[in-house]
Write a protein that binds this ligand. Structure first.
Ligand code: AMP
Length: 282
């Protein structure tokens, strides 16, 4: 398949989508920061299954990143990404410059309360406001029938569901299960930062989350199961643990026992790389 056209401006995106709309075609949007891997491609495939057309946005969003985070060194490879997107039938890539997305003088942001209080929220101040603002703008630029987001970033998925509901954006938000390497490590553009010894250790995060979920399904309390999990990660060689929590799958509030659908979620550091992962329980 031919590489999809790369659209640089909001006007071009709107024009392209309007053409599809005139033909009565439905549209799916897959927002990404590029450095695409098979996890991203699984979102595009899902979008193509549900919608006649799929647009992938590629934009490394500065407000996503804290002052000491990896904005500068975040991997960028637009040509490689476009070639990968050709293999899954993406219809267009929206790859704007920062000035297109944030014209001089922009001061309006979107912030989602409550859902952002726990998990990654306290460790990445401003991050979810950056995510919520850019995703709102992308949804309004494209006005897709559906937006596709990975469960890999489960808190982000819930935040986006909430903002679409609260701001009356007429879009379906679809969550897509986490795509993993064969050893269980959740695929992430940041895995490229891992040194070989760190890469070898990384799948332990998934195994520990699975074990915590198994224990809670057997009736163990969250305090005991996650307490064991934290120790197991530190013993395995993780440098630092931001959190390992059992939370309600909808509200993201911490739970004590498994009574409703829940997620077991963690963020842990291997050297200078922060890994996140989560899985369903209950
Ligand atoms: P990113 O470019 O990493 O910000 O991710 C763009 C989208 O791809 C988000 O909706 C992510 O949740 C999703 N995503 C990233 N990694 C994976 C994965 N391993 N499996 C499924 N979706 C993913």
């Amino acid at each position: 398949m031919a590489a999809p056209p790369i659209l640089r401006t909001i006007a071009d995106l709107r024009h392209t989508v309007a053409g599809w709309r005139r033909n009565g075609e439905s549209v799916g949007l897959v927002p990404t920061m590029g450095a695409l891997h098979d996890g991203h491609l699984s979102l595009v495939k899902r979008a193509r299954e549900h919608c006649a057309r799929a647009v992938v946005s590629i934009f490394v969003n500065p407000p996503h990143f804290g002052p000491h985070e990896d904005f500068q060194r975040y991997p960028r490879d637009l040509e490689g990404d476009a070639a990968k997107l050709a293999t899954v039938g993406a219809d267009a890539v929206f790859a704007p410059q920062v000035a297109e997305m944030y014209p001089e003088g922009a001061v309006t942001t979107v912030s989602v309360a409550r859902l952002t209080e726990g998990l990654c929220g306290p460790f990445r101040p401003g991050h979810f406001q950056g995510v919520a603002t850019i995703v709102t703008k992308l949804l309004l630029h494209c006005l897709p029938d559906a937006g596709f987001f990975g469960e890999k970033d489960y808190q982000q998925l819930q935040v986006i569901r909430q903002l679409a509901r609260d701001l009356d954006i007429p879009v379906r938000i679809e969550g897509v299960p986490t795509w993993r390497e064969s050893d269980g490590l959740a695929m992430s553009s940041r895995n490229a930062y891992l040194a070989p010894a760190e890469r070898a250790l990384a799948p332990t995060l998934y195994r520990v989350l699975q074990q915590v979920a198994t224990e809670m399904k057997a009736g163990e309390t969250a305090a005991i199961a996650t307490g064991w999990g934290k120790q197991a990660l530190m013993r395995a060689g993780f440098a630092r643990l931001d959190y390992l929590d059992a939370v309600d799958a909808v509200t993201l509030q911490k739970i004590e026992k498994l009574e409703r659908p829940a997620r077991i979620a963690a963020a842990a550091w291997l050297g200078k790389t922060r890994l996140i992962d989560n899985l369903p329980a209950g």
